[in-house]
Design a protein around this ligand. Structure first.
Ligand code: ADP
Length: 528
């Protein structure tokens, strides 16, 4: 496994093929040099045999001149000459065996050449002996005929020619070997030059396949996979990529399943929620309807109680004593309180069941201010509070809106201001902005702590909700007032400091003309 990975590795293949290529090229170069050297050696040797043949012909020539000479004086230089050439021939023959640096010739090693060389040496030795005897250089027992010299000479020449042919053959052989080796090595080298190219082609193909798979994955095709049957490094890369793609695919599947489950669950919950909301709305509507009906039903007997109490107090049904009058007055006061409570609950129920109508008719803000002042004057006097009323001159003489509902809000705020103020003053200021007008009720009373400012507008919420508090009230006044203001597209804000007093500001849209018919008669709904 490890070996397979190694052999298949791109790095290994590249380095191995380059190493083989390097060895091949080195071998080609070395063998080229060696084989060329061998060929040149044989050619030099062949050249030398040619020179030896020339010497043999010179000797033959001189020998003929020697035979033709008539005097010793003529023979003497000829003999010396022949001796010299013979000496040269000898030393050249020795050169074959010893080699000669000046000629660039190494000693002859080829067996075939050495055999022929041995034969030549032997034949030359016997010729030399015959020649020396013939020239009289060495004494001989029998006189030598020129024919013998010539025949011996012929043998030497033939043997020398034989040696030349051997050398020439060997040179040709070396040439052929060199060509063969070179062509084989060339062929191998070419093949090995192709190996890195083929490896590169294989690598490039794998990379392009991997790139394609990456692109496919990128465009959302999660089936895309890279090939793992390729070079080790790239197959590792491909395997990593495939693992990653499989992971992505699995996550995608899980996500899709989760999404489907979630969608189903959300759908179920939404359905349940819608049902619950519908049920709650229906319950709330029924509750409000019940409250509205009940309040109405309660008011009828209460009005009767109050009517009869009033008749009894007035003495219409006969004189009553002081004790009975005081008790009847308490019955009347409590009945009034109960009536107010019932009225408030009725209002709230109507608002909640969206059964309240906001009218739009002309009214004078200044006249309203006077009306509110007179309505609250008794309460003010009781607590000896100073009333200050002011109307901004910019406020139009006539505005359009529901004067009764606006009065309900203002009276509620004024009653609260009086209720929660022991001494000082209650101010009522009517002002205007570009598109709105305001009713501002300020007092110098007990004030409201900051944390209570957010909840006093909620139903039944009071700063002091304990049973021991001295001010009366239901905790419904502000809730009704804010709902009414919002139904008229306005709102109420409060600003207060404990011990210093409070300021309630009602902001309403400034309507100087009568609204269109459809809008004026429509039933307004309460803002959430
Ligand atoms: P309540 O019938 O109790 O007056 P409201 O809804 O009118 O009910 O007021 C809620 C609570 O807000 C009151 O109980 C009181 O604690 C506080 N509050 C309202 N107006 C004032 C004010 N002018 N000064 C101080 N506290 C006030």
């Amino acid at each position: 496994m490890m070996l397979r990975r190694l052999f298949n590795s791109l790095q290994f293949q590249q380095y191995a093929s380059l190493a083989i290529l390097f060895v091949l090229l080195t071998f080609t170069a070395v063998s080229g040099v060696v084989l060329t050297q061998a060929r040149i050696q044989r050619q030099i040797a062949a050249q030398l045999t040619l020179q030896q043949e020339l010497k043999l012909y010179q000797i033959a020539d001189l020998t003929r001149s020697y035979a033709a000479a008539t005097t010793d004086a003529e023979r003497q230089p000829l003999v010396a000459n022949i001796q010299q050439i013979v000496h040269d021939f000898d030393s050249t023959q020795a050169t074959f065996r010893t080699g000669d640096q000046s000629l660039g010739l190494n000693s002859v090693q080829d067996e075939s050449a050495l055999n022929v060389l041995g034969a030549l040496d032997r034949e030359w030795a016997s010729y030399e002996q015959v020649l020396q005897s013939y020239l009289g250089v060495v004494s001989s027992s029998a006189p030598l005929s020129p024919d013998l010299v010539t025949s011996q000479w012929g043998t030497v020449v033939a043997s020398n020619q034989n040696l030349r042919r051997v050398f020439e053959n060997l040179a040709a052989q070396a040439q052929e070997n060199s060509t063969n080796v070179n062509s084989w090595l060339g062929l191998l080298s070419t093949a090995f030059v192709l190996v890195p190219i083929l490896i590169t082609v294989r690598a490039v193909r794998s990379i392009s396949r991997l790139r394609k798979a990456t692109e496919m994955l990128g465009t959302g095709d999660l089936q895309a996979r890279a090939s793992e049957r390729t070079l080790t490094e790239l197959s590792d890369l491909g395997r990593t990529f495939n693992a990653m793609a499989s992971n992505v695919q699995q996550r995608q599947t899980e996500l899709r399943q989760l999404n489907e489950t979630l969608e189903n669950r959300v759908e179920e919950r939404t359905y349940e929620l819608r049902l619950a909301t519908e049920r709650a709305n229906e319950m709330s509507r029924l509750k409000s309807e019940f409250l509205a009906n009940m309040s109405h039903e309660l008011r009828t007997p209460l009005n009767a109680i109050m009517g009869f109490t009033s008749i009894m107090i007035d003495g219409v049904s006969g004189q009553i004593d002081g004790q009975a009058r005081r008790m009847l007055e308490r019955v009347q006061a409590n009945s009034q309180h109960l009536l107010m409570l019932i009225n408030q609950i009725l209002d709230l129920a109507k608002i909640e069941s969206k059964r309240i109508e906001i009218a739009s008719s002309p009214f004078s803000p200044r006249a309203l201010l006077d009306q509110w002042q007179s309505q609250t004057s008794i309460l003010m006097q009781k607590k000896q509070l100073i009333f200050e009323g002011a109307v901004d001159p910019a406020v139009p003489e006539t505005l359009y809106g529901d004067a009764a509902r606006i009065s309900q809000i203002a009276i509620n705020l004024l009653s609260n201001a009086i209720k929660f103020t022991e001494k000082g003053s209650v101010k009522l200021a009517i002002g205007r902005q570009a598109t709105t007008w305001q009713i501002q009720v300020s007092d110098t009373g007990i004030g409201i702590p900051p944390q209570a400012l957010s909840y006093i507008f909620e139903e039944f919420r009071q700063v002091d909700g304990s049973s021991t508090r001295k001010e009366g009230g239901t905790g419904l006044g502000l809730a009704i007032a804010r709902n009414l203001a919002r139904m008229m597209n306005g709102d109420i804000q409060v600003d207060s400091e404990v011990g210093q007093g409070s300021t309630f500001t009602v902001t309403l849209p400034l309507a100087e003309t009568a609204p269109s018919a459809s809008a004026s008669s429509s039933v307004q709904s309460v803002a959430a």
